[in-house]
Design a protein around this ligand. Sequence first.
Ligand code: SF4
Length: 308
Amino acid sequence: MTLRFVDEDGLARTFWLQRGSTARVARRQFDRWFPDGTGELQLYLSARCRQRCEFCEYGMTRDALKGRTRDAASAMARAVVPDLFSTGAVDALLGRCAETSVRFTTTGYDWLEHPRRDALLAALERAPTVPKFLQGPSTGLTDPALRARVCALPGLQKVRTTLQSSDPHEHDAMVGREGAGRALLEVLTRIEPRLLEVSVVLTRRAVRSLSQTLQWAREHHLKLKLQGFRPDPGLPHPEPLWPDPADVRAALEAPHARDAIATLIALPGDAVPPALAHLAQPGFDAAAAAAAAAAAAASASAACDSPR
Ligand code: SF4
């Protein structure tokens, strides 16, 4: 298991809890990570997810040698790291969150699949004043009893998840798991909108149904976070995933779009209509986009040059 600290600038630092960790060590680490008592603590549980999202390095490489090595490292860590729940480490961290202004997020990769999920939920219930975020594919929340328990968590701020398309088959194709789209759409219609934070990663395929996804969101009183595609450094062959900015812009110019968007993150300027400029946040990687365009052009040229 790892603990990841995200500071106010969004920089993430990950720490392995070492063998012999206790509640005392967790408290000491907490005070080192959050000297001014603000920020967000991410508890990263390394629970294997059942998806294979096209934009995710982990999903696309975990069956390759590199990914298997990482999985083996996680398994070894699980074997040698004492249980964070029975040692009281998680309670200690939540206790320090309650005494400070640090938010608590549970993530990685699908926390609902973690064997100690119920122990985690019990720990969260014992810390009613701590602001909590739960991040993952969230399809496990089709279980009514589990969903009711999660939604009743005191201090719950948001269930964070990713919807690639309101067309369930399109969503399935992009996350690499049949049935995921139907399950997620059910979950999103059964949880109060104020408890949801839903993102769309704007890959080329997601943009194809973006207008329809925004329409669906509007009908369900949701505002989506639209995230520009920013490939992980180890994602194999990201070039075909880059969308055409003109296609993004066309979807965003639809009359229903404005009411269905919370923020536009890391989009190229020419993809954002002027009427939505106030929703845009920076972060677009112009160099990576240019490299992808060059690679696509080279590949098209090679195809034209190849003998028939
Ligand atoms: S669910 Fe999360 S961890 Fe799993 S493949 Fe998708 S983005 Fe990656």
